[in-house]
Design a binder for this molecule. Structure first.
Ligand SMILES: *Cc1c(COP(=O)(O)O)cnc(C)c1O
Length: 360
C-alpha cells in the first residue's frame, strides 16, 4: 500500500488514523454485527453516534446553547438557496463577493429577493479581501453574507466584516475547524465537510435559534426548512448516516490533537513553510496579497503555463498529487487542510526547491 500526499481542494485528505479505525469497524461496528452503513438511523447505536458527533463539535467550537447544529445533505451549494429562503423576511440581503463560491451564493439569492453586491475583489482576480470596515450595508438587509475562506483563490477573511448590527452568514467550508472561531459573531456558519472534516455528502449548519422559524418564503421545500431539521435533531428523514459517523471520528481525532487552538498553531506552522519558500523562490510565486493569505489553500504559479504543467506532472510522479489549480484560474494550488501532515508540506517544498534548481 502506498499513500500519496494528497493536496486536493476537496474531497480531500483525511486523518489516516480515522480511516484505519473506520476500516476496522467496517464489518462489525461495536458488536452490532453490521456496518454503520447498514444500520437504521433510528437505532440506538446510531442515535449515540450522531449525539456524540454533535456533542464533540459543540465542545471543539465552544458552540453556545442558543445555537443549533444541523447535519444536512445537498452540499454547501444547496445552502445558497436555503439561506435566503429561510432568512429573507424583508427580501433583502448584502453579499461580499470574494470569489466564485460567494458569487454563486449571490446569484442564487437573487432568485428569492434583492441581493446586493456591496463589495468585491473581482477587479484583481479575487487575490485579496476588500476592506469591510465601513460598507454600505442595506438598512433593511436580512443578513450580510461572506465566504470566509476562498478555496479557489486562497484568500481568507482575517477579520469579519462590520455588518453594522446585521446578521452575519458565513460559508466556512474550506476553513471549518482549522482554527478557533467565536460562534456568537455569526447568525449562521455552515460548510460542506468534504474540504476539512469528512466525506462528501454532509453539510453542517450552525444556526442561532432565533433565526429558525416557520416564517420562511412560501416556496421553500420542506427539506430546505431549518425548522424541520432542528425540530427533528437532523433526523427528519434519513441523514447522510455514514458520513456523519466519519465526521464524528474526525471530531474525536481533533480533540486528541489538542482542539482548535492546537490545530491553528499546527496549520500556521505548515502554511509558513510553504509561504516562506514562495516568498524567497525565484521561480514560484504566490498569487495572494500577503495579509489575506489562507492557511488552507495556497495557490502559486511559475508564470509560464508549460512550466506549471511540467511541474504538476513531475510532482504527481513523485507522489504529490492534486496540485493543479482550479480549472478557472490555472497554475497550482496546494490545499493543506488539518489532516495534511507537516512532513507532506516539508517534502513538497524540498521537491519544489529541487525543481527550481533544475529549471534556473
Ligand atoms: C467546495 C465549496 C463549496 C461547494 O460545496 P458543495 O458541497 O460541492 O456544494 C462552497 N463553498 C466553498 C467555500 C467551497 O470550498
Amino acid at each position: 500500500m502506498a499513500r500519496v500526499y494528497n493536496f486536493s481542494a476537496g474531497p480531500a485528505v483525511l486523518p489516516e488514523e480515522v480511516l484505519r479505525e473506520a476500516a476496522a469497524e467496517m464489518l462489525d461496528y461495536n458488536g452490532t454485527g453490521m456496518s454503520v452503513m447498514e444500520m437504521s438511523h433510528r437505532s440506538k447505536p446510531y442515535q449515540r453516534i450522531i449525539d456524540e458527533a454533535e456533542a464533540d463539535l459543540r465542545e471543539l467550537m465552544n458552540i453556545p446553547a442558543n445555537y443549533k447544529v444541523l447535519f444536512l445533505q445537498g452540499g454547501a451549494s444547496q445552502q445558497f438557496a436555503a439561506i435566503p429562503m429561510n432568512l429573507m423576511k424583508n427580501k433583502v440581503a448584502d453579499y461580499i463577493i470574494t470569489g466564485q463560491w460567494a458569487k454563486k451564493a449571490y446569484e442564487e439569492a437573487k432568485k428569492y429577493g434583492t441581493a446586493n453586491a456591496i463589495a468585491s475583489s473581482a477587479d484583481q482576480t479575487f487575490s485579496y479581501i476588500p476592506d469591510c470596515s465601513d460598507l454600505p450595508i442595506s438598512e433593511n438587509a436580512d443578513y450580510v453574507y461572506i465566504c470566509e475562506n476562498n478555496t479557489i483563490y486562497g484568500t481568507k477573511f482575517k477579520q469579519l466584516p462590520n455588518t453594522k448590527g446585521k446578521v452575519l452568514v458565513s460559508d466556512v467550508s474550506s476553513c471549518f475547524l482549522s482554527e478557533p472561531v467565536d460562534v456568537t459573531k455569526y447568525g449562521i456558519l455552515y460548510g460542506g465537510v468534504q474540504k476539512n472534516i469528512g466525506p462528501a455528502g454532509v453539510v453542517i449548519v450552525i444556526i442561532r435559534e432565533d433565526l429558525i422559524s416557520d416564517d420562511v418564503l412560501p416556496c421553500t421545500p420542506t427539506m430546505l426548512k431549518y425548522k424541520i431539521h432542528a425540530d427533528n435533531g437532523s433526523l427528519y428523514n434519513t441523514p447522510p448516516a455514514y458520513g456523519i459517523y466519519i465526521c464524528g471520528k474526525v471530531f474525536k481525532w481533533l480533540k486528541k490533537q489538542g482542539g482548535l487552538e492546537a490545530m491553528k498553531a499546527y496549520n500556521e506552522k505548515k502554511a509558513a513553510i510553504l509561504y516562506d519558500f514562495l516568498d524567497r523562490s525565484k521561480l514560484f510565486k504566490g498569487t495572494v496579497r500577503k495579509e489575506d493569505r489562507s492557511l488552507m489553500n495556497v495557490p502559486f504559479v511559475t508564470g509560464r503555463e508549460e512550466l506549471d504543467a511540467e511541474f504538476i506532472k513531475a510532482a504527481t510522479e513523485a507522489g504529490f498529487v492534486n496540485l493543479k489549480g482550479h480549472r478557472t484560474v490555472g497554475g497550482m494550488r496546494a490545499s493543506i487542510y488539518n489532516a495534511m501532515p507537516i512532513e507532506g508540506v516539508k517534502k513538497l517544498v524540498a521537491f519544489m526547491e529541487e525543481f527550481e534548481k533544475q529549471h534556473s
